[in-house]
Design a protein around this ligand. Sequence first.
Ligand code: DGJ
Length: 728
Amino acid sequence: MSIRYEAANQLFHLQTKSMSYIFQAIHGYPAHLYWGRKINEANPRRLLERTERASFSANPVPEDRSISLDTLPQEYPGYGTTDNRNPAYAAQLPNGTTASELLYVSHAIVKGKPQLSGLPAVYAESEEEAQTLYIQLEDRVSGLAVELSYTVFEAFDAVIRSSRIINNSDGVITLQRALSCSIDFPHDRYEMLQLSGAWARERYIHRRPLTPGTQSVESRRGSSSHMNNPFFALLSEDATEDHGEVFGFSLVYSGSFVGGIEVDQFHTARAYLGINPFDFSWRLEPGESFQTPEAVMVFSAEGLGGMSRTYHEMYRTRLCRGAYRDADRPILVNNWEATYFNFDADKIEALAESASELGIELLVLDDGWFGRRDSDNSSLGDWVVDRKKLPHGLDDLAERVRSRGLQFGLWFEPEMVSPDSELYRAHPDWCLHVPGRRRSEARRQLILDLSRADVQDYIVNSVSAILDSAPISYVKWDMNRNMTEIGSALLTAERQRETAHRYMLGLYNVLERITSAFPGVLFESCSGGGGRFDPGMLYYMPQTWTSDNTDAVSRLKIQYGTSIVYPISSMGAHVSDVPNHQVGRMTPLKTRGDVAMSGNFGYELDLTRFTEAEKEEVKRQIAMVKELRELTQNGHFYRLLSPFEGEETAWMFVSPDRSEAFAVHVIVLNEPNARLERLRLKGLDPERRYELIGTEDVIGGDELMHAGIVRPRAHDDFSSIVYRFKAV
Ligand code: DGJ
């Protein structure tokens, strides 16, 4: 890893183990030259082709007609001074105009990676493992300044970028757009991949060729959303799971975002990512600055799989934090689909008793334990135990669960308030709202205004009081609606459009305070399943409830799509009842277990109703998860067969030293007289031989990967098979 500066050409060359990222100041404009496989020498004359275009692309430097900002590939483009493409930033300057241009002033290279204040971010554990470059840019006319930040790590083929926009003028500057990164690719022969879906159908993979105009993913919902994940990738046209060039863009942010690619008239492709400028503005008084979230840009010359493994490793080890980052995640039972709101202390204790017989390690009490919460109509905000359901309180229940040998976990939805609650009656202005307008409810709830310090304090204090009141080892932090009527009672008229981002800053403040006050607690984030499955939340909580859809067949697509960016150790996956509560499907218990094992494993059904045969199967599953979780949490993940391309899905894990592997293969609909196919494994050591556990077979890694193993014929729909290998 290195960041080199060549003064003669004002050229910056960022290198990681197999990637180069190069840019240069040309007439002061930060021009992008190259991003891709590592090259040793960066020759700007050869890397950038400069051509004069027609007069419709104007020239900022009259004596050099080969330069127009409309054609120059750039690092952080502006608007109004010859570039007519999508800008990285837009600002209304003190004189009311919007034209600006940023020129190079200076730079600094520092060891390590300084933290972003108030925002989640990838971190370096030592000064030696990363380097950061800061570039200072300035609009000479207005005093608007920007500091671009670029970090590279020794271990990852990635560039981590963010921007800080500074008002060095003596008037007010209003930001209208402040993206985290922008980069111009010299041509448009790429495809775009995105993760999109809906509640219970999150992160399906979509891939399409680039076409002229803008193709984008975005959220205007006040959270990263079920609909589009804050991620996209650009793939060379020939890129597959294992081959070809892939450029990933992932935003470490949990609010409204935009990510897109604009293909322009010259067939160049501008990729950008950041906070959604829609309904956003930010007022900067003289001397103030605005810090964007960071974008993690990953390069892979080994297809999508290579990109995913870089994201997995980086997010698992340098984004997630806390005691549980590297620890075994407990096998849990959650009472939600077992009881919904209909439980009492005895019922929960009975669940704990069955769970303990089976080897489960944690019982999570979900929604309904507080206020008068017998349905989703009331009580959010009143974080006081419901003595009707739990007459002896949480402490007593937690102790009863712990006496069975299980840890105790608890559900909260702290960002919300029910209009029917003591909190709302006392503080009707504490929710997001616009005076004089309806407060639109969703699930009979409103969103607390987390841009306010008093609301932040209330949440920290009320959640902390509960966590202090009982031995609670796990928290599920839920959030079940999107924003409407976005306004804050405390902000002035000209700052109302700051509300949604200030909410996110407030949320991050709350999460930082609570998670650092309770370092021994495992936090899992949730938003109606995976409505906020993003890197921002993973910084505070190392796991996320992947989807409210617990059906094993639906989960194939959801978990496969999620694995494009997110580590397996971040995904909650539970075995639930049949017929499945979301889709009504009947699947075998074994298949449900095999699919959930590739995630943070748990059960979400009434364990007390298991037959003896089911108990035996569950005990077998739990014993297996305990043996495998080190491998599934920390191993390298390979996708083998895509659920988006047929009836079969397969994936596998390989331990970092390649001595162990675990593969899962699921056949959804059985086909009569199907072709005889083989499953080719990946990531093994071709020089070693592997025992297929449970058989007499010892097979070469080369044979397993190149010739593959016979795919057994299915005798049923929804069947699954798992393979475990150990190097001999
Ligand atoms: C939505 C979550 O995704 C579910 O798992 C459950 O916790 C419910 N909320 C409870 O209201």
